[in-house]
Design a protein around this ligand. Sequence first.
Ligand code: NAD
Length: 490
Amino acid sequence: MDKVLQHYINGKWVKSLSDKTLSVINPATNVSIAEVPAGCKEDLDIAAEAAYLASNNWRNTNVNQRIQYLFKMKTLLEKHADEIAEICTNESGKTFAESKAEMLRAVENIEVACGMPVLMQSEFSEDIATGIDEFMIRQPVGVGACVVPFNFPIMITFWFMPYAIASGNTYIVKPSEKVPMTMTRIFELFETLDFPPGVLNMVHGGKETVDAILDNPHIGAISFVGSTPVARYIYQRGTANGKRVQAQGGAKNPIVVMPDADIDTTVKIIADSAFGCAGQRCLAASLVILVGEAAELFTEKIAESARVKQCGFGMDTGVEVGPMITSESLQRVESLVSQGLDEGAELLVDGRSTLIEGYENGYFMKPTILNKVKRNGIIHRTELFGPVLGIMYAETLDEAIEIANDAEYGNAASIFTQSGAAARKFRHDVMAGNIGINIGVAAPMAYFPFSGWKNSFFGDLHAQSRHAVEFYTQTKVVVERWHDKWTRKF
Ligand code: NAD
């Protein structure tokens, strides 16, 4: 049997109390590389109890001391970047370069959270009445937890965890059961940082573990990233239980190309955005809306750019597009493409039924482009989460914005143009939280919030930056008057 992964609870590696496991599969080979506990409530409750018991000492460990752990965490991850990236590629399918890129994004968040002494500073008003002052302080919520998706096995945990622990919370990470090995290795490295037991915990599993997080009375704040139906469920059940919840959901990101765009650069950037990470990126370009004469210039060039992308196992040199995460995902995306064709879209590039030599059992799909996608059809509306780009057309920028806004999701949207006026109108009118101007993947740096809108986000405070600090801290307002016996004044 493959190695069965363990939880990390209260400073120790522990086996699950349940025997149920799930296989972790390398999607490039369809070979099982580990077994992960399927999860059970009891495991989670033990971790939450440990985190709860550790929380009082941790919040009383001063902020300067708390961030020292983060400085060491950053150095440790940088030192082991290649090793972690290889594990990530083996279980998630993304290319080695993509795995390394997400490691950088994770480290960036640790760096920002190292500023916690300043990030937690608050407000003070002197003399709100004679001799009376008022101020606000931020204190940790207590125990926090994150539930993360398969597509960024390294980065997404770091949108939350460094901010939570640096601001004085103890924490539980629940990795995706599809890619649990990367975070397990990261926790093996964290063991050498000598956090006080219970401060940082990891519990594996699927729905049963997540439900236990949502119901556990010790956990006060939950960060979720994943698909929209699950995000909505997490938000509803977590908040019904009186917890703070921030839940990021799915996406369908439109990109508008104006006739004045620099077409060669635009094509290159959009192809990287649509097909990088095999399209399994919540900021991936998914729909291109071509305005006016942009149509003629763009279509053949993007088709050529898609055809030459090298698809294969992410550890092999030159590979730009890895496999999809599971055979079910592959079948689902191929079937949605067929439905789009049945609705009248035209196949510009067909990447279905891909066989890669040496990896014949892998879940590969080459870049695929559907032209003349039907308004309100399946390709216009549905999150595909695969290497598929749909093309639509508009006469004017106004019409393109109308199409872009005619969507359930609001994660990201971009425009390619040389006109400042068009760009300004776009950023003002488009109903999405992350806007790109001549940018293909509008990913905010760690010191900005990751601002999804509509069904891409449930909650108010987002991931990263000051939003994460506010999410993991509660404000306390103090009104203060001191009787002064020396001056006999109130
Ligand atoms: P998913 O929703 O299937 O799973 C995400 C997490 O939820 C996993 O840890 C999983 O164990 C848990 N989970 C799954 N089903 C559950 C259920 N019924 N009850 C409770 N917990 C459950 O998502 P995924 O397939 O791992 O990831 C892909 C999705 O994530 C895409 O929709 C993508 O757009 C989205 N995503 C969004 C962002 C963002 O920032 N908005 C970032 C990355 C990924």
